[in-house]
Design a protein. Structure first.
Length: 85
């Protein structure tokens, strides 16, 4: 069975790959804005090694020191506990 996919020239592929970071930046910013608008309590972000809550009015409150990132193996189950308060 023949495929109708055409092989894109290297230059065209390079141009498309260069657009990925810009599109990811816009998507991340849009997701952050939507989350902020939808959450009356604000959103949590990591800034300078701290877990920071950003409210809708732009106020920032340091919630805790951020723990180092954790490497996860494929198939590993992670149990998350809820902290009230």
């Amino acid at each position: 069975m023949k495929s109708n996919h055409r092989k894109a020239p290297d230059r065209e592929l390079d141009d498309m790959e260069n657009q990925i970071s810009g599109q990811a930046r816009v998507a991340t910013s849009t997701a952050h804005s939507r989350a902020l608008a939808a959450s009356p309590d604000g959103v949590l972000v990591i800034e300078a090694g701290n877990l920071v809550r950003i409210s809708q009015d732009g106020q920032k409150v340091v919630v805790a020191k951020a723990k180092p990132r954790r490497k996860v193996k494929v198939g590993e189950v992670i149990h998350v506990r809820r902290i009230e308060g």
